[in-house]
Design a protein around this ligand. Structure first.
Ligand SMILES: *Cc1c(COP(=O)(O)O)cnc(C)c1O
Length: 445
């Protein structure tokens, strides 16, 4: 058989040290990186330069929604790159228009703007809020404590965590934080200058904390009453991770179910599954491109039209290549019913994590989240004797032990380990992940 893929170059014995050295000399040291040099992946697995295999339950922080080296993504990249990789947004291209239509179809009447990252998508929403409030002198955006909205200057001002702001003051004005899931606090914080409220459906970096249905519905009513825009940052929790396209659709489904039972007559066509809940703006990124950089925001009609020609732009946003990949990903997710997989398998994993909590209460405190956005909350570092003292958090030490066991996960805060696996994770892989997590928990007990 003809060989299509060239054989890899021979492994250099000290490749790990060589790569580390390249980084320490040449790359800005802004990341606390783990001691792993990864070289390639296949499906839910990645390999390091020594050839060791890891089950990737972090998915590149909720990015690699079809796992690694998915042939459909490769094909879409190759096929589209033969036609057109990039033209500027001075012209129309079919993939961008079609991707916008697919997103609108899944969310509701509105329009999309394409960017290259989550932070940029949020920046677009911040600008939308400013434009919306401008003529009345309103500019302020309320966000939640423990939130995360990106690392640009406005992103760190919006983020409700001091650690991202430290050293970068003064902050971009116009952001104030209110406690998450506290409707009364949000209401009390609204000022004459407030134009919008932004929250995550499930706080990710903050430690996998879902918004409650009452909070979402309450914020919607509050925003309607005070004429504020309600924004949801679905960069991490969106894109089928919850089992629904966007996290709020899952959070509200029980409420929707109850509302449906109460309403005698349903609208023809049976479309709206939600009790009239729709935010005014939604940011997306991470899983949107499955690893190819793309971000987007959707703005509800008529607010989308506030950003007229010349008001907002980006050179790379919505390239035909990025949009072709994103379109292919949606096609695969629908064809293979990966939303259902995320829900069923993710909820199974949550149950398994809860089993660990019951079996090892001295090590693990709680399982958090749903679907493929899960968190395992550890006890305080001081309470787990096997953990080294020093400055490595409990979460980081746990993640390191999982690396030894051959599993990648993502720390959040000091005590939470996040699981954000690809949407096409297989049941047997989920089982492998859980048993390795159990091994590590057991070794600490
Ligand atoms: C990751 C993330 C962002 C920032 O996305 P980038 O692509 O890193 O700019 C914003 N909001 C949330 C909720 C995120 O998880």
């Amino acid at each position: 058989m003809k060989e299509i893929v060239p054989s890899p170059p021979p492994l250099v014995h000290n490749q790990y040290e060589t790569v580390r050295e390249l980084f320490s000399k040449n790359v800005v040291p802004s990341y606390g990186r783990f001691d792993l040099v990864l070289s390639h992946g296949a499906g839910s697995y990645v390999y390091d330069v020594a050839g060791k295999r890891y089950l990737d339950l972090g998915g590149g922080i909720a990015v690699c929604c079809l796992g690694h080296a998915h042939p459909a993504i490769t094909d879409a990249l190759v096929e589209q790159s033969r036609k057109l990789i990039h033209v500027s947004n001075l012209y129309f291209t079919e993939p961008q228009g079609r991707l916008a239509a697919e997103l609108v179809k899944r969310i509701g009447a509105g329009k999309c703007f394409f960017a290259n990252s989550g932070a940029e998508a949020n920046e677009g929403l911040f600008k939308l809020a400013r434009k919306f409030g401008h003529d009345e002198g309103r500019f302020e955006i309320l966000t939640a404590t423990n939130s995360f909205h990106g690392r640009t200057l406005a992103g760190i001002a919006a983020t409700g965590q001091d650690k991202v702001k430290k050293g970068f003051e003064p902050m971009t004005p116009g952001f104030r934080h209110v406690p998450f899931n506290d409707l009364a606090a949000a209401r009390a914080a609204v000022s004459p200058a407030t134009a919008a409220i932004m929250i995550e459906g499930v706080q990710g970096e903050g430690g996998v904390t879902p918004a409650t249905p009452e909070y979402l519905l309450g914020l919607r009513a509050l925003c309607d009453e005070k004429k504020l825009l309600l924004f949801m940052d679905e960069v991490q929790c969106g894109y089928y991770r919850s089992g629904k396209f966007l996290s709020f659709q899952r959070i509200l489904e029980d409420v929707a179910q109850a509302a449906r039972l109460q309403t005698a007559s349903e609208p023809a066509g049976g479309t709206p599954a939600l009790p009239s809940f729709l935010p005014d703006g939604i940011s997306m990124a991470k899983s949107l491109g499955g690893g190819f950089p793309i971000g987007a925001f959707w703005a509800r009609a008529p607010y989308a039209d506030l950003l007229g020609p010349g008001t907002h732009a980006t050179t790379f946003g919505g390239t035909p290549l990025a949009c072709a990949v994103a379109l292919k990903i949606l096609e695969v997710i629908e064809r293979e019913r990966l939303d259902e997989n995320a829900r069923k398998l993710g909820d199974w994993m949550k149950n398994e994590l809860e089993r660990l909590v019951a079996a090892y209460p001295q090590i693990v405190r709680r399982a958090r989240g749903f679907g493929f956005m899960l968190g395992l909350e550890l006890m305080e570092k001081e309470k787990i004797r096997a953990f080294a003292p020093g400055d490595k958090t409990a979460a980081v030490q746990f993640v390191n032990r999982l690396h030894q066991a051959g599993v990648l996960t993502i720390p959040a805060g000091t005590q939470i380990v996040r699981l954000l696996p690809p949407l096409n994770l297989k049941p047997q892989e989920a089982g492998e992940g859980i048993s390795k997590i159990e091994e590590v928990v057991k070794s600490l007990a």
